[in-house]
Ligand binder design. Structure first.
Ligand SMILES: [Zn+2]
Length: 185
């Protein structure tokens, strides 16, 4: 099996490397003249392991990211607990800003690009990567529950597995967390 690291030509070649998040972030801020520009953001490169300044794709809209019938499902009574949970998560997500979700999705792409094909990961791993990239916490921690579906819907190369592991993060108190597998792009 060949382990190819995808998108080197896009995500690394010709990009200015920075040693730290702070340096790359300063460039983002300067380019947007002090105004916070969410279309430009630093990411840790999977290829050279330095920081680059990325431009987020404008193609995705929040409508694409949300389960279409989330509202109807949330409104309907007597659905299964699992469905109710999913619908509730979708509603919480709907209240999260589009900029945050776009930024998160962008970082998730960078994170996945850094994993070899077939690698297992938990959402908390992605979450700590986002932490290191300076992504603020969403307005509600419940948002995290709906994000895997957002990513799969956005076409990121990942699938859910039936495996789980004990969470590493102290905030989850060693609950079991689901594992996802990176697939071929
Ligand atoms: Zn690079």
């Amino acid at each position: 099996m060949t382990t190819r690291t995808p998108d080197k030509s896009v995500s690394c070649d010709g990009k200015v490397p920075f040693d730290t998040f702070t340096q790359a972030n300063q460039v983002c801020k300067r380019k947007s003249k002090g105004k916070r520009d969410l279309c430009r953001m630093p990411y840790r490169c999977a290829h050279c392991h330095q920081w680059h300044v990325g431009t987020r794709s404008r193609k995705m809209t929040q409508a694409d990211l949300l389960p279409v019938d989330a509202k109807q499902r949330a409104a309907s009574v007597l659905v299964s607990g699992e469905q109710r949970k999913a619908a509730g998560q979708a509603l919480v997500l709907e209240n999260e800003s589009k900029e945050w979700v776009d930024r998160f999705t962008f970082l998730a792409k960078c994170y996945l690009a850094s994993l070899p094909e077939g690698a297992l990961f938990a959402i908390e791993d992605l979450r700590s990567y986002c932490d290191t990239c300076g992504l603020p916490e969403p307005h509600s921690h419940k948002v995290w529950g709906s994000l895997p579906r957002v990513l799969m819907k956005a076409g990121l190369p990942m699938v859910m597995t039936d495996q789980n592991r004990k969470a590493h993060s102290p905030r989850t108190h060693a609950h079991r967390v689901s594992l996802y597998r990176k697939t071929g792009a």
